[in-house]
Write a protein that binds this ligand. Sequence first.
Ligand SMILES: [Zn+2]
Length: 209
Amino acid sequence: MQPVARRSWSGRLWTRSRSYGVLLALALAAGPASQAHARQAKSALTERSCSGDDFIDEVLRSMPQGYEIPCDRVVVVKDFGAFLRGMPDLRAKPELVAKAHRSIAFTINATWPIYFNFDQYKLLAETHTRTRQDAILWMMVVVSGHELTHAMGDADESDALLTELSLLSRFMHEGKIPADFNIDFKELKQQFVRAIKTEDRSKTSPRDQ
Ligand SMILES: [Zn+2]
């Protein structure tokens, strides 16, 4: 699996320079397979904060049925430097470090946990606290849905983008994300198509090409 360069958003808060989420492929032993169940996730979320961050807790509480994320499967990266010091395998790959650093959320090797990068969501959290603009929260749910797909073991970018597109269109339909939120929905769909084509190519043997 290859790390996939992510789109940028044209939304006011979803700046061009900020990656949205990213799957990092590291050549290290994968963690234990996910044993997470929705019930377990729900019970964990009724307890006190376990992600250690109020904004991320609110995002996790907002995950729709079927997309629950156990908060003990989430790592909030408050200090990216300290995080890297504990991840020598990642640190050895500067291009992956750069991708992770500019992402709001990322997963490594399509397994848990989901990492949330404070440096990148800080402004969103502050704006949400100040304005209670809930579309910000729902966009974070969309990001989390994408990363959840990877965390459950699916490395295909097209599948994660499909989750993302489906959550995004649902929240827009429900009025949770207003039409004027200025999301480049068309670009997202094009990314999905590009991902499908790239994956098709990589699954075709050289002899068939
Ligand atoms: Zn992805």
